[in-house]
Write a protein that binds this ligand. Structure first.
Ligand SMILES: CC[C@@H](C(=O)O)C(=O)SCCNC(=O)CCNC(=O)[C@H](O)C(C)(C)COP(=O)(O)OP(=O)(O)OC[C@H]1O[C@@H](n2cnc3c(N)ncnc32)[C@H](O)[C@@H]1OP(=O)(O)O
Length: 323
């Protein structure tokens, strides 16, 4: 059996066991072959994608960590890219850890929101240049590209509302990581920069495809062709940033201040029952990625998971007035 969507949950309502995941329609439809499945990745062996072999290769470049903290009470998780001595650059081992953390989040059925951040007041300076140098042949480059595209696509498709908390710099692969979140919240003096041109590259972790969808092709071309520094003002103007942290907050020596602001910002979208928030993210994900007919069918399936559900019945039982 193909393993689709997120973890299969069974919810009993109206005396009917409803298999309530995106995965159900994915199983029935052709979408599984389009890589919407959790366990089937964007790439297959036919593309030269051998995940275990790639993991082994990447683990040869150690350093840093990708930490995950899940809060059961709030349904929020915090993913921290943690390699401060290299401005949170991704070592090979960290790429593998990122994928492992995404797998953990795919199995976290109570989650509602995710904050992606970097340790010690800066976001991420992309791939570790030491690893990049060692893997600069085309074969290794393609392997890393497929691996990171897969991990970041799965991150983006999580049924969690996600926000990149950008402090300091988000460079190269770091800027690409920020685009794999639903929202970007920037600290006042932060910068997102697709420096790929200066590296003789284009994005390869899916950042170009996502950037075009976020800001449109012309702004995307400006950012990639000019390797422009996107500060919060430009970010807000072109729609790359969704909010700016309060002035002064990250500078007061308490790393937690920015995180608390991000939690507060995110909470307006994650308040409420997990099944409803997760359903909202699922219909947005399918709307974002699928052709209309398929997106509508996906929406119907997700709708079926909340219609007549606990939260819906509770709302109907009360006096409804939306003021
Ligand atoms: C496919 C992935 C590919 C892509 O898609 O483009 C990449 O991501 S390639 C990497 C792209 N990123 C870079 O090229 C970043 C290069 N670094 C810098 O521009 C600067 O270091 C900085 C991030 C702007 C910070 O500058 P500054 O505040 O002046 O600090 P330092 O330069 O002293 O940095 C501290 C320390 O960190 C090391 N560092 C920073 N980034 C990386 C990196 N990506 N890989 C490895 N190491 C990195 C830097 O070398 C310093 O180390 P020491 O010299 O040992 O102190």
């Amino acid at each position: 059996m193909l393993w689709c969507g997120t973890v299969t949950q069974q919810t009993a309502h109206k005396n009917t066991m409803v298999i309530c995941v995106l995965g159900r329609y994915l199983l029935k439809s052709s979408l599984c072959s389009r890589s919407w499945c959790r366990k089937s990745s964007l790439y297959s062996a036919g593309h030269g994608f051998q995940p275990e072999e790639i993991r082994e290769k990447l683990r040869a470049y150690p350093g840093g960590a990708v930490d995950l903290l899940t809060q059961g009470d709030t349904g929020l998780a915090v993913l921290t890219v943690n390699n401060p001595s290299r401005m949170n650059a991704f070592s090979g081992a960290m790429m593998v850890e990122l994928e492992e953390r995404v797998s953990q989040l795919e199995s976290w059925t109570q989650g509602k929101g995710l904050i992606v951040r970097g340790a010690a007041g800066t976001f991420c300076s992309g791939a570790d240049l030491n690893a990049v140098r060692a893997m600069s042949n085309p074969q290794d480059g393609m392997k890393m590209c497929m691996f990171m595209q897969d991990a970041l696509t799965r991150l983006q498709r999580l049924p969690l509302v996600s926000v990149a908390l950008v402090e300091g710099r988000a460079l190269g692969g770091g800027s690409e990581l920020s685009t794999a979140c639903d929202f970007r919240l920037m600290a006042p003096d932060s910068v997102i920069q697709f420096v790929h041109k200066h590296m003789g590259l284009v994005p390869g972790w899916g950042g170009a495809a996502r950037l075009v969808r976020l800001v449109g092709d012309r702004h995307a071309l400006r950012l990639l062709g000019g390797a422009l520094k996107v500060d919060p003002e430009l970010g807000l103007r072109i729609g790359l940033a969704d909010g700016v942290l309060e002035e002064g907050a990250p500078q007061d020596g308490d790393e937690g201040v920015a995180l608390r602001q991000a939690e507060e910002w995110l909470s307006r979208y994650t308040k409420g029952p997990a099944e409803v928030i997760r359903a909202a993210k699922r219909v947005v994900s399918s709307g974002r990625e699928l052709p209309l007919t398929e997106a509508l069918r996906a929406e119907k399936e997700v709708f079926g998971t909340v219609w007549g559900g606990e939260a819906n019945l509770r709302a109907l039982a009360g006096k409804t007035k939306h003021k």
